[in-house]
Design a protein around this ligand. Structure first.
Ligand SMILES: C[S@@+](CC[C@H](N)C(=O)[O-])C[C@H]1O[C@@H](n2cnc3c(N)ncnc32)[C@H](O)[C@@H]1O
Length: 257
């Protein structure tokens, strides 16, 4: 099995690292070092120069997006889960994502799709779209040799013409500061589930008004608060750390009667 160039997590007693296997290189940390060429298969446990064992395995989605190099701030996995439910996604969904950014959400959306599913992702920054493309290609190449089929739309939201997409989109998901710009040139006329991720309540208030004016219904505003717990023989309690705020979600649907 050729594992050269594979994406791996290196889990040491003190840290987790995301790395790529490079057969002619060493992986060096304060806890010890090893040669990538010593890895026979993935997963493996490698004993380092200091006698400490490192676990080497393929990253989960959560490990990958939390450990990867980022451009813009990503949507955290806890919010990704809720976004998928609120936008009512299934494997044949036609999705328009607005704000590709680092591609953390793009990757999850894409990996859900099969059959006739299709993903369009819009961003005004070419640099960020290149990063998003790298994020999905890098992660998915660990699991499949299929080429990634995402349509990147490089455009300012305020100039975007929704009709340029030659397909009936059924979910729109945004992570841009001003999602109301969509409605400068566009009207929704088909059944659509809309979800916007926004860090501040002032943005939510403005967009709540926009959705109402554009005849969306079932507008819901929520925040996902997640608490990890420690459970072992002596201690059963929430961990000390809590990500106190990431963003709010506003979701709604447009129904064409
Ligand atoms: C916070 S990032 C998105 C992060 C992404 N959701 C992720 O999980 O990796 C926001 C992105 O929206 C883009 N953006 C912001 N305002 C925009 C606009 N008016 N039109 C198009 N793209 C915009 C930025 O270039 C940036 O890449």
């Amino acid at each position: 099995m050729n594992i050269d160039n594979q994406l791996v997590v290196i889990n040491t007693p003190k840290n987790k690292y995301l790395s790529v296997v490079e057969n002619n290189k060493e992986f060096i940390t304060n806890e010890g070092k090893f040669k990538f060429s010593d890895i026979q298969k993935i997963p493996s446990i490698i004993t380092t120069s200091t006698g400490i064992d490192f676990q080497i395995y393929s990253p989960t989605y959560k490990e990958f997006v939390l450990l990867m190099k980022r451009g813009p701030q990503i949507i955290y996995p806890k919010d990704v889960g809720q976004i998928i439910v609120e936008s009512n996604l299934h494997n044949s969904s036609k999705i328009l994502e607005i704000g590709s950014g680092s591609g953390a959400l793009t990757l999850y959306l894409y990996s859900l799709l099969k059959n006739t599913g299709k993903l369009y992702t819009l961003d005004s920054s070419k640099t960020n779209q290149r990063r998003a493309n790298k994020t999905i290609t890098r992660y998915l190449s660990t699991y499949s040799s299929d080429t990634v089929d995402v349509t990147f739309i490089n455009e300012e939201l305020s100039k975007f013409n929704f009709e340029s997409i030659d397909e009936n989109i059924d979910a729109i998901i945004t992570d841009v500061p001003e999602p109301w710009e969509f409605f400068i040139n566009n009207k929704i006329q088909n059944n659509i589930n809309w979800v916007s991720y926004l860090p501040s309540m002032s943005q939510i208030m403005r967009f709540n008004e926009t959705l109402g004016k554009n005849n969306f219904q079932d507008i819901e505003i929520k925040e996902v608060i997640l608490r990890d717990w420690i459970v072992d023989e002596k201690v059963v309690r929430p961990t000390n750390k809590l990500v106190s705020h990431t963003g709010f979600l506003i979701s709604a649907k447009y129904i064409k009667y």
